[in-house]
Design a protein around this ligand. Structure first.
Ligand SMILES: Cc1cc2nc3c(=O)[nH]c(=O)nc-3n(C[C@H](O)[C@H](O)[C@H](O)COP(=O)(O)O)c2cc1C
Ligand code: SF4
Length: 510
């Protein structure tokens, strides 16, 4: 992961926790409407892929255990990880592209309902993505993958040569020579791995995305409703298909690229199809970028326009993220795929403790506040979900009180301590295990390994044979029960946090 060159170290700074009375009076623990439904509180666990689905995209016991653990902390909402809308093999990414995925998702909905005593609303993030290949071994690239063209022959003066001779010649050239001969996309395929873009109009399946995607998203949303999930979040953020349509880098010439209005066209058509399928009594929102944080990308001026358009179209919530693009990602190793969270825009998405002078906390807030202000100025009350380095009650409350956001999303803090919202609410904030923004979890995500937190994944690992472990048995699969806290000085507070009943039972009854 890229780190700002200043490398200034920031420690978690959550401030003092609230008393029970203060929490009861707070905005954070007050209800908010998400279109047709209410959240009991403004706390939200945003989508996080934990790599626990089966290889064919089904909910597994480890998926159930993962979400059950978050549900015990009783946030207002949990958004299930990015889940693929197509019925195509996608590795261990969760999928919803066929009716056969519905029973597993139904079980997941029931699990979260039971573990949260019905307090937590469960939504699912729906994603589409384009094809991407691993960085090839250069020898194989020249032997097999590269399509030899007349341009190569002309550049090499190799008009009469056999294809094999051209391939051999290209394989023998150094980087500077290749720079002069290969086209930019060929160089990219060689050095980073081949990657499709929404602007590849020569590829029929890419050209036809506007015809295909509304139906695919609508079918997926229909399945989410059938499974008993409480709503859907359309993934219009980061490096994936829908974000690429919104991006200022989208130059499609078919009415779906170029101007902001054209870039918005497909996201709005997808939403319209979803709305038509699930009806107006079912929450539908989206996650999109307040800033792509790449050269030539969309910035906050775009995001405010997108936000107003989505709100006006009738979305029930808008969740704002930041960065996370392929465009500035680090070169992967041979045999690995490029990952969109490894460059400066990736840092903006998941900022770590080593930072620049601004630091890792609340980097997306000003842009989020600008989107919210524009939505309110347009006379719309759509709730705005704020995220990025939020880990303290006072920080969260200030965001809400000052009108920068309406709902507080915390991904890594919730991973570090899934009970943190509950501890804050019940006057036990001293026992919160605070995220140190190490991005150890993100490193696991990048390798598609089961995501865990370094603060707890070896805690009391061997004490209890019944604990859920990662598939290799080497780490805890979910955070330890509520009793095992760590105070702000890093001291274990085992047993200090009172939990009635057996380990891990919620502090408050259903
Ligand atoms: C392991 C991991 C997986 C993530 N997966 C997703 C995802 O599936 N969809 C998404 O929109 N964001 C994803 N994110 C980004 C988070 O939702 C969140 O926006 C980001 O971590 C910043 O918030 P935080 O500082 O509270 O962690 C992921 C983050 C982590 C750490
Ligand atoms: S591994 Fe744990 S402490 Fe480190 S960033 Fe992830 S959640 Fe935070």
């Amino acid at each position: 992961m890229w780190i700002p060159p200043e490398r200034i170290r920031f420690d978690p700074d959550p401030g003092p926790p609230p008393s029970t009375e203060e929490a009861a009076r707070s905005m954070l623990f007050s209800p908010v409407d998400i279109g047709p439904i209410a959240l009991k509180q403004r706390t939200w666990v945003p989508a996080m892929v934990p790599w626990r689905a089966s290889d064919d995209g089904f909910v597994t016991d480890r998926v159930l255990a993962w979400y059950e653990r978050f549900a015990r902390g009783r946030p207002g909402a949990i958004v299930i990880e990015a889940t693929g809308i197509r019925d195509v093999p996608s590795g261990p990414l969760m999928r919803i592209g066929h009716d056969r995925f519905v029973p597993g998702l139904k079980e997941l909905a029931e699990t979260v309902r039971a573990a949260s005593g019905g307090e937590t609303r469960l939504m699912i993030q729906l994603i589409d993505f384009l094809s991407i290949r691993r960085r090839p071994d250069p020898k194989k690239y020249f032997e097999r993958f590269l399509r030899v063209t007349d341009a190569h022959r002309a550049a090499l003066g190799a008009e009469g040569w056999s294809e094999e001779a051209v391939r051999d010649k290209l394989a023998s050239l150094d980087d500077a020579e290749l720079d002069a001969i290969l086209a930019p996309r060929e160089l990219e395929a060689l050095r980073l791995g081949y990657r499709e873009r929404v602007t590849d109009m020569d590829l029929p399946h890419v050209r036809d995305l506007p015809q295909v995607l509304p139906g695919l998203f609508a079918d997926a949303a229909g399945r989410a409703r059938e499974a008993g999930l409480d709503g859907v979040e359309l993934h219009y953020a980061h490096a994936y298909t829908m974000a690429s349509f919104l991006s200022a880098t989208n130059t499609r010439d078919d009415g779906y690229g170029g101007s902001r209005e054209n870039r918005l066209r497909l996201p709005l058509e997808v939403f319209a199809a979803v709305r038509e399928r699930v009806g107006s009594d079912y929450p539908v929102g989206c996650r999109f970028l307040a800033d792509e944080c790449i050269e030539g990308g969309s910035h906050v001026e775009d995001a405010v326009r997108f936000g107003v358009a989505f709100a006006r179209a009738g979305m029930d919530f808008l969740s704002l993220s930041r960065g996370g693009k392929f465009d500035d990602a680090k070169q992967p190793k041979v045999g690995e795929a490029i990952y969109p969270y490894t460059g400066p825009s990736g840092y903006e998405c998941m900022p770590s403790a080593q930072s620049d002078a601004f630091g890792p906390f609340g980097r997306n807030l000003e842009a989020t506040a600008a989107v919210r202000a524009a939505v309110r100025a347009a006379g719309l009350e759509t709730p705005i979900v704020a995220a990025g380095g939020i880990h303290g009650f006072r920080q969260a409350e200030e965001i809400l009180q000052s009108g920068k956001g309406d709902i507080i999303a915390a991904a890594r803090q919730s991973l570090a301590d899934p009970d943190w919202f509950l501890k804050l609410r019940t006057g036990q904030g001293e026992g919160i295990r605070h995220c140190t923004y190490s991005n150890y979890c993100e490193g696991l995500d990048q390798k598609h390994k089961e995501v865990t937190c370094k603060l707890w994944d070896r805690t009391h690992l061997d004490d209890d044979p019944t604990i859920v472990k990662t598939a290799d048995g080497k780490r805890r699969g979910v955070a330890p029960p509520i009793e095992f806290g760590v105070d702000r000085a890093g001291k274990a507070t085992v047993g200090a946090v009172q939990a009635p009943g057996r380990a891990g039972t919620p502090l408050i009854g259903p």
